[in-house]
Design a protein around this ligand. Structure first.
Ligand code: AMP
Length: 191
């Protein structure tokens, strides 16, 4: 399956991704992880993205599209992947659609992990990442609301969106994800 995983900072996407990967048995494409690796390795993309990341802003679309494009070309992605934290803008979503369309590959669905912002701010306070400081968190939420939330409607219109309540024990939330995946699979069969 080829699935996009969307959610605001701290919604539990990291924890749920690990479970989803095992369940779906597909490679994990996390643009956050790819960027952090690129920053460490001091690559061109890493150097370009670093300042945006430190400020809690989204890195420019061309860098991200290039990074993901390269990763999707690898043979392990042939039969599916979990796209985690990508796309995050309409530009990225359109680029992904074009990429898949050109290769005749379908996107099976989009999972939105939904948690109230108040709950999230409390959760993030305990995480200790450098981009988890209050001002930066605020910026990351603004980026989510302004740039990423419009994707939900975009995918809703394509009949691909499944929204999951992200509040509860990790096992409970994963059970909801599994049910949503079943619905997406049924829908894909009908097409
Ligand atoms: P994450 O680990 O997914 O929260 O990503 C950490 C940071 O990397 C974000 O705050 C952005 O600065 C950057 N980033 C990750 N994915 C993307 C993306 N798809 N588009 C733009 N910036 C991204």
């Amino acid at each position: 399956m080829r699935v996009v995983f969307i959610g605001p900072p701290g919604a539990g996407k990291g924890t749920q991704s690990q479970r989803l990967l095992k369940y779906l048995n597909v490679p994990h494409i996390s643009t956050g992880d790819l960027l952090r690796e690129a920053v460490k390795a001091r690559t061109r993309e890493g150097l370009l993205a670093e300042q945006y990341m430190n400020e809690g802003k989204l890195a420019p679309d061309p860098i991200i599209i290039e990074l993901v494009g390269k990763r999707l070309e690898k043979p392990d992605c042939l039969h599916g992947c979990l796209l985690d934290g990508f796309p995050r803008t309409l530009g990225q979503a359109r680029a992904l659609d074009d990429y898949l369309y050109d290769r005749g590959i379908p996107l099976d669905g989009v999972l939105e992990l939904k948690v109230d912002e108040e709950v999230l701010i409390k959760r993030l306070a305990g995480r200790g990442r450098t981009d988890d400081e209050p001002e930066i968190i605020h910026q990351r939420f603004a980026a989510y609301r302004e740039q990423t939330e419009p994707l939900l409607e975009y995918y809703q219109e394509q009949g691909l969106l499944e929204t999951i309540d992200g509040v509860g024990a990790a096992d409970e939330v994963f059970e909801r994800i599994r049910t949503a995946l079943d619905r997406l699979e049924d829908r894909a069969w009908q097409h």
